[in-house]
Design a protein around this ligand. Structure first.
Ligand SMILES: *Cc1c(COP(=O)(O)O)cnc(C)c1O
Length: 405
């Protein structure tokens, strides 16, 4: 490494493809829910790397799992299996509706596998006609061409030539809009139990129940994209457990790795059997390093104490946000569940979520937006009361900054 190299934001523009617009600060280390930049400035992390750092930064259990595995075995490919993958799969199966697991490296890859499996299942069982996938406006399922096409924002899928066909979009939380589209040609309905990127919009229980019934009536698979809601974020291991509606396929990523890239698709035996040898795969999917870390994540999060703590943290977040709002009147409501919350800006501040996000960074707080009108919080599930209270003081200062500007 060259000692003369100046590593700063300007270097980004020089050497990186311009598809991102990162902030000018460059964090260099983190501990729990605190992060420090190149100038030793401290930030409280209410963003969690977009709902990924489920146990904060450098959690001892995850560091230990990673270091231990790093000294043993990094990679084999799927020509061979490995112990961490088998252990993790067993724990996911034991903790959920699923009988089988497929490992990928990201949320988009987990969804890609889910959509291909749904198509293959339908083709094998019913024939060529059964290809339609129904998803929802504003939904987000990843950035591969298939997943971005299933996603509900045309601006993400337009401009890349012909899209994969057979995908239609209904309106989220509107069962009639699904009834108008579904037929025996439908192979799957794909839905986020809480739309994340779309603005932290929870599905109504009757809506998910209705989707389940429509899928059963039309021999279609119900796919829950729990990439953002999964692994304890809503106070249950998976959000479907809050709704009492069981999907046929579930995808999980983000929080699953606690910051190490991994994704997984979970399903039942009869459906899994259609992904026969050679039908799908990944060089890195299920690699020992990722699976060792994810196993430690599941071991740590899937306990009554941690899951109950997520709901206690939610209470405190909601109380603090209510206080901020009493003082400054900026939100209409706070949506979401557990450590996935969205403060919805009122008429006066509509479209200005990014201003609040930037002011928060000024005040030493990392937050997120979910569209132009929602400030999103997706912190560590085990964030301390002290970090929440101090972070909220910084947030209040940020809101003051915007309101009084
Ligand atoms: C983030 C996200 C994805 C994509 O995950 P990547 O790891 O970025 O590929 C898919 N679905 C949902 C609901 C997400 O929030």
């Amino acid at each position: 490494m060259s000692t003369t190299m100046v590593v700063n934001r300007a270097l980004f523009d020089e050497v990186m493809v311009p598809n991102y617009a990162p902030a000018s600060v460059i964090p260099v280390r983190g501990q729990g829910s605190r992060v420090w930049d190149q100038n030793e400035r401290e930030y409280i992390d209410f963003a969690g790397g977009i709902a990924v750092s489920s146990l904060g930064h450098c959690h001892p259990a995850l560091v230990s799992a990673l270091k231990q595995q790093a000294d043993k075995l990094w990679h084999l490919s799927n020509v061979l299996t490995n112990e961490p993958a088998l252990r993790l799969a067993k724990k996911l199966v034991d903790a959920t509706f699923a009988d089988k697991v497929y490992f990928a490296n990201s949320g988009a890859e987990a969804n890609e596998a889910a959509f291909k499996l749904a198509r293959r299942w339908a083709l094998d069982k019913f024939g060529e006609h059964k290809q339609q996938i129904i998803s929802f406006g504003k939904s987000f399922h990843g950035r591969t061409f298939f997943t971005v096409t299933v996603g509900g924002q045309a601006s993400y899928s337009d401009g890349f030539g012909p899209k994969p066909g057979g995908v239609v979009h209904a309106e989220f939380n509107n069962l009639d809009s699904v009834k108008a589209l579904i037929s025996d040609n439908t192979c799957a309905i794909v839905v986020e139990p809480i739309q994340g990127e779309g603005g932290i919009i929870p599905a109504e229980p009757a809506f998910l129940q209705g989707l389940r019934e429509l899928c059963d009536q039309h021999n279609a698979l119900l796919v829950f994209d729990e990439v953002q809601t999964g692994v304890g974020r809503t106070g249950k291991l998976y959000a479907y457990m809050n709704y009492g509606v069981t999907p046929d396929i579930l995808t999980t990523a983000k929080s699953l790795g606690g910051g190490f890239p991994i994704g997984a698709m979970l399903t039942s035996n009869p459906i899994a059997s259609h992904l026969k040898v050679g039908t799908h795969g990944s060089t890195y999917g299920g690699n020992p390093l990722a699976c060792a870390v994810a196993e430690a994540v599941i071991d740590t999060i899937n306990t009554p104490e941690v899951l109950a703590g997520v709901l206690q943290n939610e209470q405190l977040f909601r109380e603090c946000l209510a206080e901020v709002n009493n003082q400054y009147q900026v939100f209409t409501e706070v949506r979401g569940q557990g450590m996935l919350l969205g403060a919805v800006l009122n008429e006066k501040y509509r479209g200005r979520a990014r201003d609040f996000f930037l002011a928060a960074a000024d005040q030493g707080l990392m937050a997120l937006v979910a569209g132009p009108d929602v400030i999103r919080f997706a912190p560590s599930l085990v964030i301390t009361e002290r970090d929440i209270r101090e972070g909220m003081q910084r947030f209040a200062a940020a809101v003051k900054q915007v309101v009084e500007a």
